[in-house]
Design a protein around this ligand. Structure first.
Ligand code: F6R
Length: 331
């Protein structure tokens, strides 16, 4: 898993040379994908935002939402394996409604549908765990959006992000040491990731899922300012338990609204007797992509370090596979 995490830089560099499929112009995108494939849509949605592109990320089955039958967005179906049933179900519903479809996959059933319907597609290299192929999936989604004239050329950003991923994941780097400190503090605790801006909230979700799938530990993410209107009261009645078992990590980026900093400070003051605030991780870099990757690298490393220190193999996701098998048996 560590070498897969460390391949993120090369994965992003791969995308620099990908030809953009000819799709026609679209500023309305409906991206469908689950898990590691779905989150690539969240990342790319955060990048597309400043271009005035509206990108809705759908994580689930069809049918197509009614707004989409009216707005007629470009549908991007992303599945690393090509065999995820929710994604296949949704893309068939998009096809039945006559929407334009583009795909991102290594093959599988989605690959077959792509060939049958002659859909524009970016084919990504196979052989990784989907969640560890995030660099490919993000790079491929950027390539599709470029083909749809929904964003500008991201090659400089891809280069910047790739260098950042390489530097961050090198043993002993500043980010490596930061991750080591955080993993140590989270040892034996259930992590909760707080974030409050377009870049940081996307990565908060990635931290949670990487900790789930690599360290096999429960984790949650919550967003500011919303959590100040509900979750903040949840720390009131069980301080002995929550203090012992939970830990908060905050993610920050310069796109956070100025009030987020003030809110975080007060939220911390009001809750720190009930839960340790373990660390604040700040993004670095110029482009949105690089800033996303800078926060992601630390989370990926933390999830791997938590697995390593607990003697857990981070690669297999046995329970996900078991569930997929159970569902297939019910078909
Ligand atoms: C496993 C992982 C999962 C998958 C998800 C969807 O490493 O990350 O979250 O991404 O089960 O599968 P794909 O990506 O093949 O559509």
């Amino acid at each position: 898993m560590l070498s897969q995490i460390r391949s993120t830089g090369d994965q992003l560099r791969w995308a620099v040379d990908q030809p953009a499929p000819a799709i026609g112009t679209s500023s309305e995108i409906l991206y469908v994908g689950m898990g590691g494939s779905g989150i690539a849509g969240d990342y790319v949605g955060a990048i597309a935002m400043p271009f005035g592109t509206r990108m809705v990320v759908h994580k689930g089955y069809g049918p197509l939402p009614l707004w989409a039958t009216k707005a007629r967005p470009l549908v991007i179906a992303a599945s690393y394996s090509g065999n995820t049933e929710e994604t296949l179900d949704f893309v068939e519903s998009a096809r039945d409604s006559g929407l334009r479809v583009a795909t991102i996959t290594t093959g599988g059933r989605l690959g077959e549908l792509t060939v049958t319907h002659d859909w524009p597609s970016v084919s990504v290299p196979s052989g990784l765990q989907p969640r560890a192929a995030a660099g490919y999936m993000i790079g491929a989604a950027l390539t599709v959006l470029r083909g749809a004239h929904a964003i500008d050329d991201q090659r400089l950003a891809l280069d910047e992000a790739a260098t950042m991923a390489d530097e961050a994941t090198a043993e002993g780097s500043d980010r490596w040491m930061e991750a080591t400190r955080i993993a140590e503090k989270l040892d034996g605790r259930i992590p909760i990731i707080y974030a409050g801006g377009p870049v940081s909230t996307v990565v908060a979700q990635r931290w949670k899922t990487q900790i789930n799938e690599n360290a096999k530990v429960p984790a949650w993410w919550s967003l500011l300012p919303e959590l100040d209107h509900n979750e903040i009261t949840g720390w009131e009645t069980m301080p002995e338990k929550t203090r012992e078992h939970l830990g908060i990590v905050t993610l920050r980026d310069r796109s956070d609204n100025d009030r987020i900093e003030t809110r975080l400070a007060h939220t911390r003051t009001l809750t720190q007797d009930a839960v340790p605030w373990v660390a604040e991780v700040n993004s670095t870099g110029v482009s949105r992509l690089a800033r996303l990757v800078s926060l992601t690298a630390v989370g990926d490393l933390v999830s791997w370090m938590m697995a390593d220190s607990a003697g857990v193999d981070p690669v297999p996701v046995a329970t996900i596979e078991k569930l997929k098998k159970l569902l297939a048996e019910e078909d």
